[in-house]
Design a protein around this ligand. Structure first.
Ligand code: SAH
Length: 365
C-alpha cells in the first residue's frame, strides 16, 4: 500500500467506513501525500490537459470578458481579480495580457489566487512575474472583501462529493471500506450527516440502485461567492464539465496519464473529479446574485469571437502553427471534444448589465 492508502486504511480501521467526500478530500488534499499537494499534474507529461493549456485563445477571451465586466461595473479604481485553482497560471497570464487593450483594467486589479498546491503556486508565481502583486489563499474565505471579478476553470470538479444510492430502505450513502489489501464501496447502514444536511435527498424518488451525487463543498463555496458579489458588486465565471439538470447519476472518476484509472486504487496518484452539478450551483447563487447560463463552452467561446481570433492568429502563423491553431480550436469548441460537455455559468450582482457571451443563442448553431 502507498503511504496515503495506509493512512486511509488506518482511519477506516479506527472509525469504520468513510464517506466518498472524505476519501476524495484525503486523496486530493492530504497535506503531504494528496494528489494536488505533490506535483504539477497538468500537460502532456502529466495526467490531464485543460483549456488554457490547449490554447492562449482561451485565456485571452476570458481576459477580454473580464475587461468588459469591469467596464460594466463602471471601471472601479480597485477590484479583486480572483482565480480559483489557477493551475500553472496560464489562464491568468493570457487574460492579463489581452485585457491591456482596456486602459486602467490591469492597474485596478489586485490579483488573488486560491490554490492549495505548493508546486502549482510556484508555477503561478513564475507565470505572473512582472504582473501586479499577487496574493495566495488556501480557500475563497481568505479573499478580502471588495468589488470582484472571479474566474474558475476546472476547479469545482475537484471539490468533494457525496454519493447516495437508492435502496429498498430509502437512500443510503456510499462509503469506502477495506477489502483485503484494497478498498471497496459499501453502503451506510444508517442515515448519514450529509443526508440530514441535504433534506431534498430524502424526498427524491428514484428507481432502485439509482445514484445521486451532491457536493456541499461546492454549494458553500458558490454561496460565499454570490454573497460577496451581492455585498460589493462584480461577477464570477465558472467553467467546468458537468450537467445542467440534476440527477445525472454517477460521475466520479479518476484520471492518470490521460487515461481512466480505478477510483479506489492508489489514492493520491490520480486526479479524482466529479461532473459539476450546475443546477445546484445556480440554486446556491440565486438568493444573492443574478445567474446567467449555463451555456455550453462552444456557445460561449463562439459568441466571444474565438473563430475570429483563430483567424487573426492564423494570418501570422507558419503552416504548422496554423494547423495547431485549428486543432486547438476544434478541441475547445467541437461538440465531440470539450464544446458541449463543458458549460459556462455566470453570477453577477443584480445591478450589473447582462454579461457578454451568455445571451440565448437559439438558432445560431
Ligand atoms: N484552472 C487550471 C487548473 C485546473 S486543475 C486550468 O484550467 O489549467 C485544478 C486546480 O485547482 C489546481 O490548480 C489545483 O491545485 C486546484 N485545487 C484543487 N482542489 C483545490 C482546493 N480544494 N482548494 C484550492 N485549490 C484546489
Amino acid at each position: 500500500m502507498t503511504p496515503l492508502a495506509e493512512i486511509i486504511a488506518q482511519r477506516i480501521r479506527l472509525q469504520g467506513p468513510i464517506t466518498i467526500a472524505e476519501y476524495m478530500a484525503l486523496a486530493l488534499g492530504h497535506p503531504e501525500h494528496g494528489y494536488y499537494r505533490r506535483a504539477d499534474p497538468l500537460g502532456k507529461a502529466g495526467d490531464f490537459t485543460t483549456a488554457p493549456e490547449i490554447s492562449q485563445m482561451f485565456g485571452e477571451l476570458i481576459g477580454l470578458w473580464c475587461a468588459e465586466i469591469w467596464r460594466l461595473m463602471d471601471s472601479p479604481e480597485q477590484f479583486n481579480l480572483v482565480e480559483l485553482g489557477p493551475g500553472r497560471g496560464t489562464l491568468m497570464a493570457d487574460a492579463l495580457r489581452a485585457a491591456k487593450v482596456l486602459p486602467g483594467f490591469n492597474d485596478a486589479a489586485s490579483i488573488h489566487m486560491v490554490e492549495t498546491s505548493p508546486a502549482l503556486r510556484e508555477r503561478q508565481e513564475v507565470a505572473l512575474a512582472g504582473s501586479r502583486p499577487v496574493t495566495w489563499h488556501d480557500d475563497f474565505g481568505g479573499v478580502p472583501a471588495g468589488p470582484m471579478i472571479l474566474i474558475s476553470n476546472e476547479f469545482f470538479d475537484a471539490l468533494p462529493i457525496h454519493q447516495f444510492e437508492r435502496t429498498a430502505d430509502g437512500w443510503r450513502e456510499r462509503q469506502v471500506t477495506l477489502d483485503g489489501d484494497g478498498f471497496a464501496f459499501t453502503l451506510s447502514t444508517n442515515r448519514s450527516p450529509a443526508e440530514v444536511l441535504i433534506p431534498e435527498i430524502l424526498r427524491m424518488s428514484a428507481p432502485a440502485r439509482a445514484v445521486i451525487e451532491v457536493s456541499p463543498a461546492s454549494v458553500s463555496t458558490m454561496t460565499a461567492i454570490a454573497q460577496q458579489l451581492e455585498e460589493d458588486g462584480g461577477a464570477a465565471i465558472i467553467i467546468d464539465y458537468g450537467h445542467t439538470a440534476p440527477g445525472a447519476g454517477e460521475t466520479l472518476q479518476a484520471v492518470r496519464r490521460h487515461a481512466f484509472h480505478n477510483v479506489l486504487s492508489d489514492p493520491g496518484s490520480a486526479d479524482l473529479t466529479a461532473h459539476v452539478d450546475f443546477a445546484a450551483l445556480a440554486a446556491a447563487g440565486h438568493p444573492h446574485a443574478a445567474i446567467h447560463g449555463p451555456v455550453t463552452q462552444r456557445e460561449f467561446l463562439k459568441s466571444l469571437g474565438i473563430e475570429l481570433r483563430a483567424g487573426q492568429l492564423r494570418q501570422r502563423a507558419t503552416e504548422a502553427q496554423a494547423r495547431d491553431i485549428d486543432t486547438a480550436l476544434h478541441r475547445l469548441i467541437d461538440p465531440a471534444e470539450m464544446g458541449t460537455l463543458f458549460k459556462v455559468l455566470v453570477a453577477c450582482d443584480r445591478g450589473l448589465a447582462a454579461p457578454p457571451g451568455l445571451e440565448p443563442t437559439a438558432g445560431t448553431e
